[in-house]
Design a protein around this ligand. Structure first.
Ligand SMILES: Cc1ncc(COP(=O)(O)O)c(C=O)c1O
Length: 419
């Protein structure tokens, strides 16, 4: 009989197998210093383009003051236990009310982490007879939530309403047999390529098909819509989203998340979300911190304005210099280049070491082979100087990519990878 660990000794997994070449640099890099537009990487100053601190709240003096005061008032333990047992407080309820009002829903419920919260939300919303129809490019937390489902599920082509409709037809037929209902899941903003989910068109399909709609708006919350209430507000369909989800990990620059829906749905979820029923309550420091951040989001529209000023400057600068930024409709700014994985590694090294630019790279299998995606997240803390420096650096790396410099530099890596 095999030892359970045999497979682990043999195969470290699709990413883990690159650990010896990549760890500490391409994966698990350590960014040091205060969270801002400029931080340190391996002792060098870098402009940071990979931190989802959209509104620049992470290190805002008022936020830091509130966080410090909350830590002094409550420590990091309070309250102890799960909400249901001993970890419930007035302030948890107050924050839920404020969040619900802000995203125009009757009620909301706090989640300790977006990831587990989403997994549990999907798990709680569907029974065996129900059918899930979801975007094939959905975030891992949606995929994992769907994995728990004991019944049928269909994916539709990424952001393709025609494909969604085909799958809704299949799902409807199947639901008529099983006696269940249908849950459709999309993201408000797809975090890799930046397109908004086609919420408006999906909601239109409700006229023809009977389904409930769950939206993960991790990247839309705080960045889109007149008030910052997200992609549903931006597209004028917030009311038609049955269950709205957002995390505190991006615009609110913290930890935690929430779901919002009709009161009766939230009352149900409150008693059935296993990740909340069997886990310690969101600590008070985070609750107090989230209230402060939400208040700032509501009362300081200049933060979102600055974010968009920077986003527009970055995106139009990239376009005018001939870069392909795909079809983004949000602050998420992808830059697509052509090259192999070893070339991508050499290019990122050049960007970090010689130009002081830190951004994430995404390669196959997340995107098609032969493409390199440099994913940039502008924030309200960036400046025009940061943007112009970055644009100049990008022109230089593009020249080197095209004249084969990175191919030469990466020859040994390519040989090791069998490319
Ligand atoms: C689309 C999306 N959903 C959910 C999550 C998970 O949220 P959290 O970091 O709060 O676990 C993320 C990442 O933060 C995300 O990008």
């Amino acid at each position: 009989m095999k030892d359970l660990f045999d497979k682990i000794y043999r195969d470290k997994g699709p990413l883990g197998k690159w650990a010896s070449q990549a760890e500490g640099y391409f994966v698990f890099p350590k960014l040091e210093g205060q969270i801002s537009n400029r931080m340190k990487f391996r002792g060098k100053d870098v402009i940071t383009w990979s931190i989802n601190d959209y509104l620049g709240l992470a290190n805002h003096p008022e936020v830091r003051k509130t966080d410090a005061q909350a830590a002094a008032d409550y420590g990091s333990a309070y309250p102890m236990g799960a909400r249901m047992m001993s970890g419930h407080t007035d302030l948890h309820e107050v924050l839920q009310k404020e969040l619900a009002e802000f995203v125009d829903k009757e009620a909301s419920y706090l989640l300790n982490f977006g990831y587990q919260g989403m997994v549990s939300t999907i798990d709680a919303l569907v029974a065996k007879d129900d059918i899930i129809v979801y975007d094939v490019d959905a975030h891992a937390c949606i995929i994992d939530g769907v994995r728990l489902h004991m019944g049928k599920r269909f994916t539709y082509k990424h952001n393709d309403v025609e494909s969604l409709e085909k799958n809704l037809e299949r799902a409807t037929k199947m639901a008529e047999q099983t006696g269940g209902g249908i849950l459709v899941i999309s993201e408000g903003v797809f975090g890799m390529r930046g397109e908004q989910g086609r919420l408006k068109e999906i909601v239109e399909l409700k006229k023809k098909y009977n389904f409930r709609f769950l939206v993960d708006d991790a990247h839309g919350f705080g960045t889109l819509g007149k008030t910052g209430a997200g992609a549903g507000e931006e597209q004028g369909v917030q009311k038609d989203i049955d269950v709205y989800f957002a995390t505190f990990a991006k615009s609110l620059a913290s930890t935690g998340a929430f779901i919002a829906a009709d009161q009766e749905i939230i009352d149900y979820l409150k008693y059935n979300l296993r990740s909340q029923m069997f886990a310690k309550s969101l600590q008070m420091q985070l609750v107090v911190g989230a209230r402060k951040r939400l208040e700032m989001l509501k009362t300081m529209p200049e933060l979102k304005e600055k974010l968009w000023e920077n986003t527009n400057a970055l995106q139009s600068g990239l376009k005018s210099r001939g870069f392909d930024i795909g079809t983004t409709q949000s602050c998420v700014t992808p830059v697509y280049l052509k090259g192999s994985i070893p070339e991508a590694m050499a290019l990122v090294k050049d960007l970090r070491e010689n130009h002081g630019i830190f951004c994430s790279i995404v390669v196959y299998p997340v995107i098609p082979k032969g493409l390199i995606l440099l994913r940039m997240i502008p924030t309200a803390t960036h400046t025009l100087v940061d943007i112009n420096e970055t644009l100049d650096a990008f022109e230089e790396i593009r020249t080197r990519l095209e004249n084969g410099t990175y191919k030469r530099l990466s020859a040994s890596v390519a040989a090791a990878m069998g490319e």
